[in-house]
Design a protein around this ligand. Structure first.
Ligand code: WT7
Length: 671
């Protein structure tokens, strides 16, 4: 982020106090901060009591072998029992758990907690029949339909860690994740509805299963929900492998006794991008994760029994895990689950869903808010949004203008906006206002939650004074923290805990999140985005290296460098610089062929990773700017991509390179 943007941001002086009625009845009051500060372990133990434990823990936190934490040591718990059964047992079986809204208009379905319990039990029985045992990994690749949540909870119920892959990812991305965690079973559907049409998922699973087999890993079964009824083609069904959900789950017994698992039993793996090309399998465990997700959902969204909650994330991301499946269901909420895109069949679809279901709490991403802002307030103004009482934002820094628009147009100036900072790794929100306590400043995630120890520090690890910026760190463990990277403890230590290791002043290492942040004059936190080679496109994390590897795997590409450039709609956009191989250069020089190469490469990235990774621009360049040691200077490429004057080039091995690149760009060699 440039200094100019920074100082613009920090000139922001609008402030919104919590509404008096909300504040008076808020679930969490100011006293929580001091109480948690005085004894964080006692505070988290109190939050864990919100759940139903089979066996109580003997120790709240074991941090004797950092960075490997154990929370609620010796405790035993079943996550699915906590998300469904106990609500039924406590008399809330008829409460709606899920208002499902399919993308085709009129395609709705309500599921009560009793119905959800039956389905989860049936799916658990089916998975057991298919040979899945506690500890086995199950991949889930599904659209946003109730069965996706059922699948996750069925895995949790039998102690089989799930690994959900976003349905927009390609078969290659699915295959590498299946292989990395050695998934035994894949749960999918024939397809889902997107933008008014059936869009297939099963064919990608077939490809991924075949690729994994080539690499030596055989998936044993594929469980398939029939959602669209689309034709799977002559080779689209394999009787040895494939099992229909309606032939198995829906015929299984609804009786299933959940087994209690150790608090540290793996609950799920979620892959996310890092600074290298290989996605990291972030491992979350059971007791601490569920405590963190449930508490933060209740506290930050000030959840009340009659609320209707809607989080627009996909279950393929961590937000869908913590704030659709685990947090909300552990809290017994009624929530909306929407299958499709915001603009299908019309641009006001989301606002219609809020009106129809009288949604009271709404949680979405800045990129969506910006796109609605662009379309104009006439669209949401056509709907009655007066049921809303609280709005949330997640995924990237929210621009103050988008925040104010969100609060004003969607929230009618009644609703606080909670800007929630967290990550796949943190499992739960860590920095956010509490809506009844903390005022909102547009663009600021404000302060760490009670029980969370965060700071902004300089290179030496010294806390920076108010008014300055630095690295965002977490100085104490928290219950939903990642436990490791699947199969790679060393990478876990290196990636998160090596920047600020234990030393004389610091008895245990600090977690470095990869984000820069600034404290304003009041000490409130402004998250400034990533400081490493990771981009944030529409709230989704992508690694520059991962996309570079995809580009270089194309036969026409000799070298590639990828940067994240500022983008009005998506926050950041992928911009790629590629050097073609000699043969390809000759071809590209033919009239019209240059554009074809760019098209081909964009398509290649789509199939290798998925549409979200598609470069906004690919620039074919003769050279890349490198230091004498051969490191690509992405900073300079970012200058070009953001149309800035190119910065200091004195450390370049060949300083004329930037002239060549800039010349190529201005002569229009762009996509
Ligand atoms: C990265 C984590 C957490 C669920 C969605 C993304 C950025 C996230 C905020 C926010 C500023 C934010 C950070 C973080 N980020 N929320 N409220 N303000 N930045 O999960 O893919 O693990 O990405 O998203 O850069 O490190 P993720």
């Amino acid at each position: 982020m440039s200094d100019q943007t920074l100082s613009n941001l920090l000139k922001e002086d609008r402030r919104f106090e919590p509404p008096a009625d909300l504040a008076a009845a808020a679930n969490v009051q100011e006293e929580a901060y001091a109480r948690a500060d005085a004894d964080p372990e006692a505070f988290w133990a109190e939050q864990a009591e919100r759940l139903s434990w089979d066996t109580p823990w003997s120790q709240v936190l074991d941090w004797s072998d950092p960075p490997f934490a154990k929370w609620f040591v010796d405790g035993k718990i079943n996550a699915a029992y906590n998300c469904v059964d106990r609500h039924v047992e406590e008399g809330r079986g008829d409460k709606v758990a899920i208002h499902f809204v399919g993308e085709p208009e009129g395609d709705t379905r309500d599921l009560t907690y009793s119905e959800l319990k039956d389905l989860v039990s049936q799916a658990a029985n089916t998975l057991a029949d298919l040979g899945v045992e506690a500890g086995d990994r199950v991949a889930i690749y599904m659209p946003m339909i109730p069965e996706a949540i059922v699948a996750m909870l069925a895995c949790a119920r039998i102690g089989a860690p799930h690994m959900v892959v976003f349905g927009g990812f390609s078969s290659d991305a699915l295959a590498s994740r299946i292989e990395d965690c050695q998934a035994k079973v894949v749960i999918t559907s024939d397809g889902g509805y997107r933008r008014g049409a059936a869009s297939g998922l099963k064919p990608a699973v077939d490809e991924a299963v075949a690729k994994a087999a080539e690499a030596g890993h055989q998936v044993e079964k594929v469980l398939v929900v029939k959602r669209t009824g689309q034709d799977l083609g002559p080779d689209g069904w394999n009787d040895d492998l494939d099992v229909w959900w309606h032939d198995s789950v829906e015929k299984a017994s609804t009786e299933h006794t959940p087994e209690a698992f150790d608090a540290e039993h793996p609950l799920f793996i979620m892959y996310t991008s890092g600074t290298t090309g290989k996605p990291k399998g972030i491992l979350h465990t059971t007791g601490g994760y569920l405590t963190g997700a449930a508490y933060t959902h209740w506290a930050i969204f000030d959840l009340k029994p009659d609320d209707v909650y809607w989080c627009t994330a996909d279950i393929g991301w961590i937000t869908g895990h913590s704030y659709i499946t685990y947090g909300p269901l552990a809290n017994g909420v009624t929530q909306v689950l929407y299958e499709g895109t915001p603009d299908s069949p019309e641009r006001g679809r989301w606002w219609k869903i809020i009106e129809d279901n009288k949604v009271t709490i709404f949680y979405t991403a800045p990129t969506a808010i910006r796109s609605f802002m662009k379309q104009g307030r006439e669209i949401p103004d056509q709907r009655d949004l007066s049921s809303l009482r609280l709005l949330g934002s997640v995924g990237e820094p929210i621009n103050p203008e988008a925040y104010v628009w969100y609060r004003h147009v969607i929230g009618g100036d009644r609703t606080p906006v909670v800007d929630t900072w967290w990550q796949t790794e943190t499992g739960m929100i860590l920095i956010s206002p509490l809506p009844g306590v903390t005022p909102g400043k547009p663009g600021s995630a404000m302060i760490p939650l009670p029980g969370i120890a965060a700071d902004v520090v300089n290179e030496e690890g010294e806390s920076v004074p108010d008014g300055s910026g630095g690295y965002l760190v977490l100085t104490q463990p928290w219950p939903a923290m990642l436990r490791t990277i699947w199969g790679d403890d060393e990478r876990f230590k290196d990636t998160y805990w090596s920047r600020f290791p234990a030393n004389a002043e610091r008895p245990t290492p600090w977690y470095f999140a990869g984000d820069g942040a600034k404290k304003d004059d009041d000490g409130d936190l402004w998250i400034l985005g990533r400081v490493d080679d990771v981009m944030n496109v529409s709230g989704h994390r992508l690694s520059t290296t991962e996309i570079e590897s995809a580009l270089v795997s194309h036969p026409k590409v000799a070298e590639a460098a990828v940067v994240g450039a500022k983008d009005e709609d998506t926050g950041q956009a992928v911009v790629a610089f590629v050097i073609l191989r000699d043969e390809a250069i000759a071809e590209a020089d033919e009239p019209g062929e240059g554009e074809d190469v760019v098209k081909e490469l964009r398509q290649h990235v789509r199939t290798q990773i998925g549409p979200i990774a598609t470069p906004r621009q690919i620039m074919v360049v003769p050279e890349l700017p490198k230091t004498r040691s051969g490191k690509i200077m992405r900073r300079l490429l970012r200058d070009v991509a953001e149309h800035r004057e190119v910065g200091d080039v004195t450390t370049l091995a060949d300083s004329s390179v930037m002239d060549l690149i800039s010349a190529g760009v201005s002569s229009g060699k762009e996509d």
